[in-house]
Design a protein. Structure first.
Length: 196
């Protein structure tokens, strides 16, 4: 007998009696594939139900604040009470406000903080100290929460600058997760540019 596909095994399991499947020598394999399909279908249904519940909850919250939530296969869009896309409004506001502080502005403060901490430190502490050094430079746009809802714009920009610094060899690239560490070239860079 040729090797049967999963679909064929499931079809046979659903249509033929157990004793026939046993005689054909495919009962256990057909049963296994069928049960696997049932588990996947159940998991899919549970995930869809959870997603629907979350969307309903989000819609209820947005209704309170007069926003409309549109969920499509291309993503999630939030519109204000006048039907305007809030993402586009945010982009326009950014242009009006002169945009965010450039990522490179975080470079010297990051290097200074790392030096103050003895060359390495945890991300949270580093960013808290960077904020203290830059709070007079940051504008209202920098202090906004990103549309993802997970981070403040300036923190995200500082972390992007950290990635650039790693790529340029100013910070160590093999530091443990959650730790930033200054490289020798970072110390030299700071000495050369500390008056900026």
């Amino acid at each position: 007998m040729k090797e049967l596909s999963k679909e064929e095994l499931i079809n046979l399991y659903e249509t033929l009696p157990e004793d026939t499947l046993i005689k054909l020598g495919i009962f256990s394999k057909a049963k296994e594939v069928y049960e696997e399909k049932q588990k996947l279908e159940k998991l899919k249904k549970e995930r869809i139900e959870k997603a629907i519940a979350l969307v309903k909850e989000a819609q209820e919250l947005l209704n309170i604040y007069s926003f409309e939530l549109n969920v499509t296969s291309r993503g999630i869009r939030i519109k204000d009470k006048d039907g305007r896309d809030t993402n586009k409004i945010r982009e326009q506001r950014a242009l009006r406000q002169g945009s965010k502080t450039h990522n490179s502005e975080y470079r010297i403060p990051i290097l200074q903080v790392l030096t103050d901490l003895g060359g390495r430190g945890k991300v949270k502490e580093i960013l808290e100290r960077v904020y203290e050094k830059m709070k007079d430079v940051l504008n209202s746009f920098d202090l906004e929460v990103l549309s993802s809802g997970f981070a403040v714009r300036w923190r995200s920009a500082a972390q992007w600058e950290r990635n650039t610094m790693v790529n340029q060899g100013l910070l160590e690239k093999d530091s443990p997760r959650g730790i930033w560490e200054i490289a020798e070239s970072g110390k030299n860079y700071l000495k050369e540019h500390s008056n900026e």
